[in-house]
Design a protein around this ligand. Structure first.
Ligand code: SF4
Ligand code: SF4
Length: 370
């Protein structure tokens, strides 16, 4: 397969320029103008950020993309689906309030926010997955599928189940309705390592399914109730909750790639990732730990697989920040930054499977934009 072009601009900025004008230049150079936006509903998939988290993307980045689409005659809207777990984004009322609290409103971005899978996360479409091995169909938020054009605008960061979260995760997991998210997660039910657990109960508070009970100062998970959302893994400061050690994180990565295939298949799409404030965990957390690497830059491509591979390569080539969680990781733990942070994950499985099902290629050519 031919190398996919991925366009990149760094975070350096001279006087008279700005990161926003650099982003506008980047997407134009990357060829977004090849898409005919005239009268087309354009879904811009964003993560509005869990309130309390401060590493999610600022709305200013979204405005650049929305402005471009509108200038070309398109009808942009920002969108995300509800979460599976407890938090401020698990129904459309709370989700929209959270988006507003984090600065996303028509005043700041120039376009509306739409929660794609509706009030309770049940408004979805069952979409065929081309070449799907794990999922023959995917349950995708209806507003995402109703759009004519799809743009992913993602914040690149670490993730406790997938190793890192980039474009594929923003698209695949992010566009799954509640049923879709459950279908992706359901094999990955975690367990408590009793020797590490001190019975603080924090995990139980985070569990939307009441699947965790703490008795005699030890937590335990009822797998009949657990939906495998993984929220409790990140909730435990003592790393006492681990995903099932049977390759389920790799399966999750494959399913995310297949869901992304369902979202993108058969319509114009374009992808942007911002690699800044690279926190070790997802923006779904109501907090953000310190960045693990310095800010890298902004990337854009028509190929979400190439885009993710370019971002992970650049991030892993960057020096670690010594005051971050990376410095706490056992020196004996080897591997790249994201494998060190999340040793039970294998981010490569997502890239490899996405390539295998024809979603894109991990073989890319980086083109720098000044
Ligand atoms: S958060 Fe961790 S330490 Fe606290 S009860 Fe849950 S598993 Fe145990
Ligand atoms: S116990 Fe299961 S449902 Fe509850 S937070 Fe953990 S993974 Fe999610």
């Amino acid at each position: 397969m031919k190398k996919a072009p991925v366009y990149f601009t760094d975070m350096r900025c001279g006087m008279g320029d700005s990161l926003l004008t650099k982003l506008a230049r980047l997407i134009k150079k990357a060829g977004i103008g090849d898409i005919n936006f005239q009268h087309q509903y354009t879904a811009i998939k964003i993560h509005f950020g869990e309130p309390g988290n401060l590493s999610f993307l600022r709305p200013n980045f979204a405005k650049v993309v929305a402005d471009y689409v509108r200038d070309k005659g398109g009808l942009p809207f920002l969108t995300d689906c509800n979460t599976l777990y407890v938090g401020r984004r698990n129904n459309a009322v709370a989700h929209l309030a959270a988006a507003t609290e984090n600065g996303y409103s028509p005043l700041t971005t120039g376009c509306e926010n739409i929660i794609a899978d509706g009030l309770r996360g049940t408004d979805d479409l069952e979409v065929p997955v081309r070449n799907g091995e794990y999922c023959k169909t995917a349950r995708i938020g209806r507003a995402v599928m109703d759009a004519d054009i799809f743009i992913s605008l993602s914040h690149f960061k670490g993730h406790e189940c997938t190793g890192f979260g980039g474009a594929l995760k923003n698209i695949g997991m992010g566009c799954g309705s509640r049923a879709g998210k459950m279908a992706m997660h359901h094999q990955g039910k975690p367990h408590v390592v009793a020797a590490k657990c001190v019975g603080c109960g924090r995990c139980a508070k985070e569990c939307n399914e009441n699947a965790i009970v703490v008795t005699a100062k030890k937590a335990s998970i009822n797998h009949a109730q657990c939906v495998g959302c993984g929220r409790c893994i990140g909730a435990c400061n003592l790393h006492a909750i681990e995903p099932a050690g049977d390759g389920t994180n790799a399966t999750l990565n494959c399913k995310i790639a297949e869901y992304a295939q369902a979202v993108l298949d058969g319509r114009p799409h374009f992808h942007i990732s911002i690699v800044n404030q690279v926190s070790p965990f997802c923006d779904c957390h109501g907090e953000n730990d310190a960045a693990v690497i310095p800010d890298i830059g902004m990337f854009a491509s028509f190929d979400p697989v190439a885009l993710d591979k370019a971002c992970i390569d650049a991030a892993n080539a960057a020096p670690e920040i010594k005051t971050s969680i990376l410095s706490e990781r056992d020196a004996a733990k080897t591997g790249d930054h994201f494998t060190k942070i999340h040793p039970t994950t294998d981010w490569r499985s997502q890239i490899t499977h996405a390539g295998k099902i024809g979603l894109g290629t991990g073989d890319y050519e980086l083109k720098t934009v000044k």
